[in-house]
Design a binder for this molecule. Structure first.
Ligand SMILES: C[S@@+](CC[C@H](N)C(=O)[O-])C[C@H]1O[C@@H](n2cnc3c(N)ncnc32)[C@H](O)[C@@H]1O
Length: 337
């Protein structure tokens, strides 16, 4: 049995999202470059507004990264309601970045898996592309079957460790099956039940957001591993706790348009082959910002496909990917109390 715990990695992390480029981060960059009309947080706020779920008093955002979602979420909501906004994160550097980007917001350093220890009653919780960081337990059935101790404990009707006991309890209580259990995400949803007054918005990439259950798989990221999220499990948990649940893909919820972007490595290679005349023309036509080469390419630079083709020829089509297509692989859950 293997317990994936990303906490040590996240606590030491610097205030950057390197290696974990979320749809929120990409939309933020595109919006700053003037290539997409609405910023990400506004898209989420509008999605909640049309569902009658805009918070009235207070919001807790868990795992807010660089605070980019809040930068446009808060102004949208404040035009309608006088809300307070609190960030909960256990990475000190990111927590500082979140408050710096959103003056007036408060910060709590804490673990989402113990949410109710840190947060009292609140209207709404937002957790955007963060539950993949929570604890996942892998190989629970295999472990119990394969080890002699496991077999003995099974025979005795007991589980060998506290962790397997937690997993067994969750599986029993919510009727979950499979060898991989996103235990941290389940705890997070359980912890929301006593504190939520209105609801929650949760999104996560690499999940089975189309409702067909598949086994969660391990994903290698720089410095740590994550597991994909089994949405059907989370839906069962949330419904058992009495939440009304809506799920779907982020592309539809947030109205992400077709946008084409290019990975940094591919960009660097292609950049060497660029036709300088065409680039100058593109800058003159304001198809790209004048300071294009001084932008921070640690975050990915995003391009319109036409521009990429203009600059680099049709071969580039293989190298660009569509932001909308990617956002379709990101699932969301809206929980209503
Ligand atoms: C992948 S980033 C997502 C950032 C941002 N929400 C976005 O969509 O761009 C994950 C965030 O969750 C935080 N985080 C991870 N595990 C956490 C936990 N157990 N409790 C609180 N925050 C956590 C990280 O420090 C980071 O801010």
């Amino acid at each position: 049995m293997y317990v994936n715990n990303t906490k040590p990695y996240h606590i030491q992390k610097a205030a950057s999202l390197s290696g974990e480029i979320t749809i929120c981060h990409r939309v933020t960059i595109l919006h700053r470059l003037g290539m997409i009309d609405k910023p990400y947080g506004q898209r989420i706020a509008e999605g909640l507004d049309i569902r009658g779920l805009l918070p009235n008093h207070d919001v807790v955002e868990v795992g807010g990264g660089l605070g980019e979602l809040a930068q446009s979420f808060i102004p949208y909501v404040r035009e309608r309601h006088d809300i307070s906004y609190t960030f909960l994160d256990y990475c000190p550097a990111l927590l500082r970045a979140q408050v710096k980007a959103n003056s007036g917001a408060s910060a709590i350093r804490g673990d989402a898996q113990r949410l109710s220890d840190f947060v009292g009653n609140t209207d709404f919780v937002i957790a955007n592309e963060m539950i993949g960081d929570l604890m996942t337990v892998d190989g629970i059935e295999t472990a119990a079957k394969e080890t002699l101790m496991g077999r003995l404990f099974r025979w005795m009707g007991r589980q060998p460790t506290a962790m397997t006991e937690y997993v067994a309890q969750a599986k029993d209580k919510y009727g979950l099956s499979g060898d991989v259990i996103n235990l941290g995400a389940i705890w997070f949803i359980e912890q929301m039940r006593p504190v939520l007054r209105q609801g929650a918005f949760i999104s996560e990439n690499d999940c089975d957001c189309y409702g067909v259950e598949r086994e969660a798989s391990r994903i290698s990221l720089p410095g740590h591993d994550e597991y994909s999220i089994k949405f059907p499990h989370l839906i069962k948990v949330a419904e058992s706790l009495g939440f009304k649940v809506e799920f779907g893909n982020l592309a539809d919820f947030a109205g992400i348009p077709e946008m084409y972007h290019i990975e940094q490595d591919d960009y660097n290679q292609l950049r060497q082959k660029m036709n300088p005349g065409l680039l100058a023309e593109a800058i003159k036509e304001k198809m790209v910002p004048e300071d294009i080469f001084s932008l921070d390419f640690d975050t990915r630079i995003c391009y319109d496909l036409d521009l990429a083709e203009l600059l680099m020829g049709s071969r580039v089509r293989r190298k660009v990917s569509d932001l909308r297509e990617e956002a379709k692989q990101v699932g969301y859950l809206v929980l209503r109390v």
